[in-house]
Ligand binder design. Structure first.
Ligand code: UD1
Length: 421
């Protein structure tokens, strides 16, 4: 499938069971490689990026079984630390394989990681952190060769920018290092907390999850036998469906979620005029058939506003009452949805890293193109409220991060057809 044709506008109404978090499960699957024995990972979303990681694990020797969103992974027979280009280059998450394979083999050969083209996405902080812990690198074109001298060594890692990925790299290489590691200016994202909880479950000693300084006391070995880890819900999928309700003047309940990971997103959604009702394991957003007010925001590391929700709020601000702005502080090239929105009738201007919105009453169907994961879902949201027919090319990106997305969208009333190559 590479194209979706949406007939709008629709009012989106219904209940959605939110899947496990993409950004938690990817590092957790990869870091299971620190164990020799079996580990069980539950509530794993069936998405493209997970499928690539699973294929990569199988390629290097993992024995993997799957049933009911649960992976049973046995890493006893890992037999190579050379990662082919076809795996490394497809996903950003492939960078996390360096530390566990160094632990096992003392040397690793891989390639620069891939992922969505939303900015430069350098890996200098990952390399810096690993070097501090004793890793020696040779970097040629996009080939990475890394080795250690028998072990990682604890150190002080001072990240000059808050990075989810580099925080995870630093923690993972430190858990089995000789001595203690302090990671300064670490990421507080919930997905990093999930990774820490997982590694601590395996026997690591990591202190300071959710703060800007993490301490890792190196262990000799991890000792998990048959324990299981449940991947918490995906906060970005949750926010995306709440936006779907807000822009379509609808009413959607997200199930299997906790509101505390979405505080700033919910505050912004409240400012649109939506009624929000939260319970122990659900969040409901009812727009009461009203047009939302647009809201200004800037993206920032957690607990700031997530960059992964910026394109979705761009749709809201395009049709919200009043004018507003969004400042993108995390990635340089995360505006690929903007020209597509303009072709649908939005009144938007980009100035450097700022998008300025003058809300219009309606968007109109157009032929547009998705260029990355979050822009693809956002353009689908735009199509849901546009008058007439919206055709979105390259819609496959959506499968990188949204499980069963088309059946979920159908269940809340989106009127669409998929076209296959
Ligand atoms: C992760 C998420 C992504 C999310 C992002 C920010 C995964 C698989 N992806 O990406 O969905 O949008 O966090 O919340 O978990 N940086 C450097 N050098 C580095 C690493 C990062 O300069 O070595 C910069 C980046 O270019 C960016 C900022 O740091 O400007 C934050 O990036 P980071 O948090 O590392 O994002 P990712 O881990 O790639």
């Amino acid at each position: 499938m590479n194209k979706i044709c949406i007939k709008g506008p629709s009012k989106l109404i219904g209940d959605i069971k939110i899947s496990g978090s993409k950004n938690s499960v990817l590092p957790i699957l990869i870091l299971s490689l620190f164990l020799d024995g079996e580990v069980i990972i539950k509530n794993v979303p069936n998405i493209f990026d997970v499928n690539i990681v699973i294929k990569l694990l199988i390629y290097i020797g993992s024995k993997i079984e799957y049933s009911n969103s649960t992976y049973y992974i046995n890493n006893k027979f890992i037999n190579t630390s050379s990662i082919p280009y076809e795996f490394a280059s497809k996903i950003r998450a492939s960078i996390w394989i360096i530390a566990p394979l160094l632990y096992r083999f003392n040397c690793v050969n891989t390639f620069f990681p891939g992922g969505c083209s939303i900015g430069l996405r350098p890996i200098d902080l990952h390399i810096y952190a690993l070097k501090k812990l004793g890793v020696l690198f040779e970097l040629n074109n996009n080939i990475i060769s890394a080795k250690i001298n028998g072990s990682f060594f604890g150190s002080i890692i001072n990240l000059n920018k808050i990075s989810v990925g580099a925080t995870i790299t630093s923690i993972s290489a430190a858990i089995l290092a000789e001595g203690t590691t302090i990671i300064k200016n670490s990421s507080k994202e919930p997905e990093v907390i999930d990774v820490i909880n997982f590694l601590n479950m395996l026997g690591a000693n990591i202190i300071g999850a959710g703060t800007n300084e993490i301490k890792v006391i190196g262990k000799k070995k991890l000792n998990n036998i048959g324990k299981s880890y449940y991947i918490p819900f995906d906060r970005i999928e949750t926010g995306t469906f709440l936006i779907a309700a807000a822009i379509s003047r609808g009413n959607i309940t997200c199930e299997n979620v906790k509101f505390d990971r979405l505080k700033i997103v919910l505050n912004k959604l409240k400012n649109t005029g939506a009624s929000i009702n939260v319970g122990n394991d659900f969040i409901n957003l009812n727009m009461n058939s009203k047009r939302p007010k647009s809201v200004s925001l800037y993206t920032f590391p957690y607990p700031g506003f997530p960059t992964d929700m910026q394109p979705q709020f761009s749709i809201l601000n395009s049709i919200g009452t009043g004018s507003s702005y969004i400042i993108e502080n995390i990635f340089e090239n995360r505006f690929t949805h903007v020209n597509e929105l303009i072709s649908m009738g939005a009144n938007i201007i980009i100035k450097n890293n700022k998008i300025i919105f003058y809300g219009v009453n309606n968007l109109f169907g157009s032929i547009i193109e998705a260029k990355d994961l979050r822009s693809s879902i956002s353009l689908v949201l735009a199509g849901s409220i546009a008058i007439g027919e919206t055709i979105i090319n390259n819609i496959n990106y959506i499968n990188r991060g949204y499980e069963n997305i088309f059946s979920k969208l159908k269940s809340i009333g989106l009127n669409f057809k998929l076209f296959f190559d």
